[in-house]
Design a protein around this ligand. Structure first.
Ligand SMILES: *[C@@H]1O[C@H](CO)[C@@H](O)[C@H](O)[C@H]1NC(C)=O
Ligand SMILES: *[C@@H]1O[C@H](CO)[C@@H](O)[C@H](O)[C@H]1NC(C)=O
Ligand SMILES: *[C@@H]1O[C@H](CO)[C@@H](O)[C@H](O)[C@H]1NC(C)=O
Ligand SMILES: *[C@@H]1O[C@H](CO)[C@@H](O)[C@H](O)[C@H]1NC(C)=O
Ligand SMILES: *[C@@H]1O[C@H](CO)[C@@H](O)[C@H](O)[C@H]1NC(C)=O
Ligand SMILES: *[C@@H]1O[C@H](CO)[C@@H](O)[C@H](O)[C@H]1NC(C)=O
Ligand SMILES: *[C@@H]1O[C@H](CO)[C@@H](O)[C@H](O)[C@H]1NC(C)=O
Length: 439
């Protein structure tokens, strides 16, 4: 987790893993066995998983072939030789009733796979909405790090399928660089991660071979770890308590902990120059820190963070001066990229703002209580990201309107803009709009 990762980084434990014996020359003379056939093909049906070699120093590539659903498998009799194959992505070895070790590769029972199964069943039944897309799941049956609304946006999910920070235009999907989406590229089915709207090219790019590396493990670490840290600690972290990320979900390459700043790697947050000394925040510039990209020297915190820390310092001063209770402070809510969260609040209004804190819409908490309570601003924020001409309809509080119409056809959507079928139908003609009852 990033909060704990910070501690780890500063004590240099990341470096302790280096094995000084395994130099490049050590591997030069290594003779490696041929890779199994399926590992070399790596297409949808013939594939394998690359693992750290059990041989000293990891000189050779090591890969186990993936078995398909229904294949016979073994969970490994301790007395038998090591595996050459294992159940493929989203499968596990379900033991036969009469065996302690042997069984058949069977689809995992995971929430994400159930979402897929429901989609597949409804597609087979012909009861699927035209704007529904199939949820991607990873090899372990967990939710892929993103979900897409065809033609509109893709947003980040944690592994339980809960929406987290991070959103990008749907059209940028083929080239997105959101860390939260990084793992998508290594998903077996991710070659065609787009929805059913296939006006764009659907080039069959083969998936890159899956490799087990430190980067792969940490690739989506920041966002998901932040969410997990919040879950464990039980409160949102405040600016300067966590590593900042970019709007797209990478680690910001410059980080400051308290007054000390350093350059880190965008993908895993590890120090770029572990031997360099830390730089005092007031002295950061492109001369003292090569990763610094700001316009003004000595400035690390973004507008929302700076506002937050300013109020916090003022608040602390009053406390130190002996005031027991300090009233009248409204802390801005900042996202983990240091910009303003979509929903802000003052004593009278709930407010949708853009990333710079500019007001998009405001709702009176008393006069429009219902609108204010349910305000999530997700639709207004999506408008800032969508590049297509076909944009969703937003309610007065910035939420997705429950009924969305496009090209003369109307459908129901959930609060994130995903199509949901009503009990009576998935779509109706715009002239019958009133007949659509969205729950
Ligand atoms: C994968 O490659 C194998 C061997 O070349 C081939 O038999 C199989 O049909 C391919 N599968 C797909 C889905 O392309
Ligand atoms: C799909 O059809 C099957 C059998 O025809 C039925 O049992 C199932 O409930 C249907 N599912 C949905 C989601 O309508
Ligand atoms: C995800 O779900 C599991 C099981 O339901 C739960 O134990 C875990 O705390 C959840 N994690 C997060 C980050 O929500
Ligand atoms: C950073 O610089 C400021 C201003 O020069 C100084 O007051 C502060 O003590 C320095 N902080 C550290 C940790 O050296
Ligand atoms: C460093 O910053 C100065 C202004 O602060 C700018 O003129 C210069 O081009 C920058 N150098 C690099 C390498 O970015
Ligand atoms: C709260 O914010 C709204 C919208 O910006 C503004 O109109 C209103 O005056 C603010 N209320 C207070 C008490 O500052
Ligand atoms: C708030 O409620 C008033 C009536 O109480 C209504 O006239 C107004 O349009 C509402 N404002 C919004 C933003 O919905």
């Amino acid at each position: 987790m990033s909060v704990f990762l910070i501690v780890a980084l500063f004590f240099g434990s990341v470096l302790a893993e280096e094995n000084i014996l395994c130099t490049e020359s050590f591997c030069k003379d290594a003779v490696c066995a041929d890779l199994p056939t399926k590992c070399k093909i790596q297409n949808a049906t013939h594939n394998g998983i690359f693992l750290p070699s059990p041989v000293f120093c990891n000189c050779c590539e090591y890969c186990l072939e993936n078995m398909l659903e229904g294949d016979e498998c073994s969970t490994g009799n301790p007395s038998s030789p090591s595996h050459t194959s294992l159940c493929g992505p989203q499968l596990y070895c379900k033991l036969r009733a009469d065996s302690d070790f042997d069984g058949y590769c069977t689809r995992m029972e995971a929430a994400c796979l159930k979402v897929q199964d429901s989609y597949d069943e409804r597609r087979a039944n012909g009861t699927l909405g035209a704007m529904e897309s199939r949820q991607e799941c990873d090899d372990e049956g967990l939710f892929a790090p993103y979900r897409c609304i065809p033609g509109q946006t893709c947003y980040c999910l944690n592994k339980n399928g809960t929406r987290i920070f991070g959103e990008a235009a749907f059209t940028s999907l083929p080239s997105f660089n959101m860390q939260c989406l990084e793992r998508a590229r290594t998903l077996p089915g991710a070659r065609s991660a787009r929805g059913r709207e296939s006006s764009a090219t659907t080039a069959q790019v083969p998936p890159p071979p899956r490799r087990f590396s430190k980067i792969a493990r940490f690739s989506d670490a920041l966002l998901r770890d932040y969410e997990e840290a919040v879950y464990v600690i039980g409160k949102e972290l405040v600016p300067s308590e966590y590593f900042r990320c970019t709007a797209s979900g990478d680690y910001d390459t410059i980080q400051c902990i308290g007054e000390q700043c350093l350059c880190v790697d965008a993908s895993d947050g590890a120090p770029t120059y572990p031997d360099n000394s830390l730089v005092n925040l007031t002295l950061i510039s492109n001369k003292t820190l090569s990763c610094y990209r700001g316009d003004k020297d000595g400035v690390f915190y973004k507008k929302c963070e700076a506002e937050y820390i300013g109020i916090l310092n003022e608040y602390k001063e009053y406390k130190e001066d002996g005031f027991d209770m300090v009233f009248g402070y409204t802390f801005p809510k900042c996202d983990i990229d240091g910009t303003y969260k979509a929903v802000q609040e003052n004593s009278t209004h709930k407010i949708c703002v853009d990333k710079e804190g500019e007001v998009l819409t405001a709702v009176d908490k008393v006069a429009n209580a219902t609108l204010a309570e349910s305000m999530d601003c997700k639709c207004l924020r999506a408008l800032a990201v969508i590049t297509s001409d076909e944009i969703p309809t937003c309610d007065a509080n910035g939420n997705y309107a429950r009924v969305q119409c496009r090209r003369g056809v109307c459908r129901c959507v959930d609060s994130d803009g995903n199509q949901v079928c009503s009990s009576t139908s998935c779509e109706v003609e715009e002239s019958d709009k009133e007949s659509l009852v969205c729950s």
